[in-house]
Design a protein around this ligand. Structure first.
Ligand code: ZN
Length: 307
């Protein structure tokens, strides 16, 4: 028995990695976690995601094939913080008994500031658990905590790959560290009028705190509930006072009110930002690319400063 195991192990070691079955099948709840996991797992891990690029996690409705994918998974990675509550029901439906890792487990959650004022109740597109902001990945330091958590989870599920995961994680963490430094130095030089950013959905709390910006998101913009006329008028007044010259639209959200606010304040549409999903292709199809896209959109200055 022992000898046969030894022979099997030796044979397994001789099979070139490229032809070998992946050591782990990982299922993530959304595209950004898929990218993190692929960066760390490399060829050892087959990773798929329930909510794909350009798809909205709040509107996710699992199909039978998703339940089958979950049954086949060795490891599930979710965001937590109320972003992907539906995974719990799926785990029960699939009778999945493997590990479920919460990627955000080591970050300090930010309360959803807008839950307190009247525009926020209707504001957000996710039916997440009330007062915690789920968008922690938009602060690169938090993304680095996600990566450490995911690397540890992969090693726990596949101990033979520990060194591989650690090596990939360290290389990726170094790139994230450099990205964080670029974001901080670039935003530090933005003029005051550019530090207030209007977006449709209230996703940039962690990002704003990390990089010294203020985001305003009139609630209801991205879903059925419309903000009150009074709330919109107050926002427009505030933008005029601050001389905000650009407003932003977002992928996955309805931008009609943003367009209107732009017209009424004379601010132009500064570009589109990504928050909750990677893009299917182009620069924002990876996390680092997504953050770089947002950086360029927010800091690029195509109109010469006249003040
Ligand atoms: Zn969101």
């Amino acid at each position: 028995m022992t000898l046969r195991w030894l022979v099997a192990l030796l044979l397994a070691a001789l099979v070139p990695l490229a032809q070998a079955e992946p050591a782990l099948r990982v299922l993530t709840t959304f595209s950004i976690l898929q990218d993190f996991t692929a960066q760390i797992g490399g060829e050892r891990v087959a990773v798929s995601t329930l909510v794909g690029p350009d798809e909205d996690a709040h509107a996710f409705d699992p199909r039978a094939s998703d339940i089958r994918r979950l049954k086949d998974a060795d490891l599930v990675i979710r965001n937590g913080l109320g972003f992907d509550p539906w995974i719990a029901r799926m785990v029960a439906a699939a009778r999945y008994a493997g590990p479920v890792v919460v990627a955000s487990q080591d970050i300090a959650p930010l309360s959803a500031a807008h839950a307190e004022d009247d525009h926020a109740k209707a504001g957000h597109a996710h039916d997440h658990d009330a007062d915690v902001d789920p968008h922690a990945w938009l602060d690169v330091r938090n993304a680095m905590a996600y990566v450490r958590t995911i690397a540890a989870a992969l090693a726990a599920a596949d101990p033979a790959g520990t060194e591989h995961y650690q090596r990939n994680a360290l290389a990726y963490l170094a790139r994230l560290d450099a990205l964080d430094a670029t974001l901080k130095t670039t935003f530090a030089t933005l003029p005051a009028s550019r530090r207030t950013v209007v977006t449709p959905h209230d996703a940039f709390g962690y990002f704003a705190r990390a990089y010294g910006l203020t985001f305003l998101a009139p609630a209801g913009l991205s879903n059925e509930a419309a903000p009150s006329a009074r709330a919109v008028a107050a926002l427009i007044e505030q933008l005029r006072r601050l001389k905000v010259d650009r407003v932003f639209i977002e992928t996955l959200t309805d931008d009609r009110l943003i367009q209107r606010i732009g017209q009424e304040t004379g601010a132009r549409i500064g570009g589109s930002l990504h928050a909750d999903a990677l893009a299917r292709d182009g620069l924002a199809s990876t996390y680092i690319g997504l953050m770089t896209h947002n950086l360029h959109a927010l800091s690029a200055d195509p109109v010469p400063e006249t003040r």
